[in-house]
Design a protein around this ligand. Structure first.
Ligand code: ZN
Length: 191
């Protein structure tokens, strides 16, 4: 069956753009692409294949993300199949600089870079069939930040902060308190 030639056919680019509106259920200011959760969009004979990688396996928000992606495409008259890709595992290093800034504005301290290991290859973790542009993000605004630097308070910027609990509102966040403004805040742990 052929689509009507009078209608402009959707492209993978238009689907990427459409999915800009789909946000992380746990962090509604950040969309799935900025989070590095939306990995790939591929055109198929019947519609589009969307690949998502959850922030951690067993992520309770995953079902909602799949529903949200399918709803967004169905609303645009497109058929989508959502595939969950667990390997390579998602890492906070896939979060875009925009996501990190939005996290901080939202009141969550963004993750520091992961500790540098001796196996410091920049390509070994790249997914074989993923979108090559996504995981090559460099965080220029925190280039000098290392894993052992203190966590800055997202409210006042103070570096005088202390961890209260290694597990905050969700397993991927730790609960901190700022000793400057005395406000508690979540720190998105690097992993
Ligand atoms: Zn503070």
């Amino acid at each position: 069956m052929k689509a009507s030639p009078s209608e402009r056919l959707p492209t993978t680019e238009s689907v990427w753009a459409l999915l800009e509106a789909v946000t992380d259920p746990e962090i509604p200011v950040v969309n799935l692409r900025e989070m590095g959760i939306l990995r790939n969009v591929e055109e198929t004979a019947t519609g589009f294949d969307i690949t998502l990688t959850p922030t951690y396996s067993g992520c309770p928000a995953m079902d909602q993300m799949v529903d949200d992606v399918q709803s967004a495409l169905h609303a645009a008259g497109l058929t989508a199949q959502v595939k969950i890709q667990l390997a390579p595992a998602w890492t906070t290093d896939w979060m875009s600089p925009t996501a990190l800034l939005k996290l901080r504005e939202y009141g969550i301290a963004p993750p520091h870079p992961r500790p540098v290991t001796s196996n410091n290859s920049t390509t070994s973790n790249a997914p074989p069939g993923g979108s090559p542009g996504l995981q090559k993000v460099t965080f220029s605004w925190r280039r000098n930040l290392t894993a052992s630097d203190p966590i800055a308070c997202p409210q006042c910027g103070s570096l005088d902060t202390t961890e209260i609990s290694h597990f905050g509102s969700t397993a991927c966040k730790a609960l901190y308190r700022c000793l400057g403004c005395l406000e508690p805040f979540d720190y998105f742990k690097p992993y």
